[in-house]
Design a protein around this ligand. Structure first.
Ligand SMILES: Nc1ncnc2c1ncn2[C@@H]1O[C@H](COP(=O)(O)OP(=O)(O)OP(=O)(O)O)[C@@H](O)[C@H]1O
Length: 251
């Protein structure tokens, strides 16, 4: 089911070296993600979406407040926009390396390669793969550790729409097999609506949650579901109207 994520009263600021000023990205920011819940974070560029992920992953420390992920040391799976593979070793070895770190077995590697549809190319080197296949390797590497928390930072942002759609369906499939706790940062509002249980909209500086939508469409979802397009339009229209006061919708 995954582990809960909690940010409580978090401050995070960076020094802007160009101007010598401090940029307060988060101030007194709180968010809770329930075990097994997938929360998508959308919002304008520079609002602090990636900062949020980095804090949860422990790559950054809060200046104030607490960030908790599970109870002890949860297993994380992380997928970035770029697959970040080792080009000089075959696909299977790329996944093996991640598996080894987490104590997963060769059977786990075979299984996850099968799950993501890469068994036929497991001996290939990453440069010989298509962009979609490379990102499937990245997904396999994230899931082979049986993560309790999955962090997705624009995971399909560099792919063409048809390939991205296939990968979203793959991700939904993996989630249906075993729900994990997830945070998905994306600029694609439709992707957020399709995949998430909840979409939060970040705006302002320091960032705050200006809108929150609970997506109650049953799974498996189809990317062509008109209700998701309606929700997409609603979220985009709300964002165009400005941040306004915090509000919550369900669909
Ligand atoms: N390590 C850092 N040092 C200095 N400033 C940083 C650092 N990381 C982030 N920032 C600044 O903090 C702000 C928030 O950055 P962040 O990457 O979290 O935003 P974002 O919403 O993910 O943006 P984008 O959608 O463009 O990726 C930006 O102004 C960025 O320049």
């Amino acid at each position: 089911m995954g582990a809960a994520i909690g940010l409580d009263g978090v401050d995070k600021a960076y020094l802007d070296r160009d101007t010598g000023t401090t940029r307060h990205v988060l101030h007194d920011f709180s968010l809770r993600v329930e075990p097994g819940e997938l929360v998508a974070v959308v919002g304008a560029s520079g609002t602090g979406k990636s900062t949020l992920l980095h804090l949860v992953a422990g790559l950054e420390q809060p200046d104030r407040g607490t960030v908790t992920a599970g109870t002890g040391q949860p297993r994380f799976g992380v997928v970035f926009q770029q697959p970040r593979l080792l080009d000089w070793i075959p696909v299977e070895r790329n996944v093996d390396l991640a598996a080894g770190v987490a104590g997963a077995t060769p059977d786990d590697v075979r299984q996850v390669l099968d799950d993501v549809g890469l068994t036929a190319v497991k001996g290939a080197y990453p440069p010989a793969l298509t962009g979609g296949q490379r990102q499937r390797v990245a997904v396999a590497r994230a899931f082979v550790v049986r993560p309790e928390i999955v962090l997705l930072d624009e995971p399909f942002g560099a792919l063409d729409e048809v390939t991205a759609r296939r990968l979203r369906l793959l991700l939904q499939d993996l989630w249906l097999r075993e729900p994990r706790t997830g945070l998905l940062v994306t600029r694609n509002v439709l992707e957020a609506a399709f995949l998430a249980d909840r979409v939060i909209v970040l705006a302002d500086q320091p960032a705050r949650i200006v809108r929150e939508y609970r997506i109650v469409r049953p799974r498996p979802r189809t990317p062509d579901d008109p209700a998701l397009f309606d929700l997409h339009r609603e979220i985009v229209a709300d964002r165009q109207r400005g941040s306004g006061s915090a509000a919550r919708w369900s669909r």
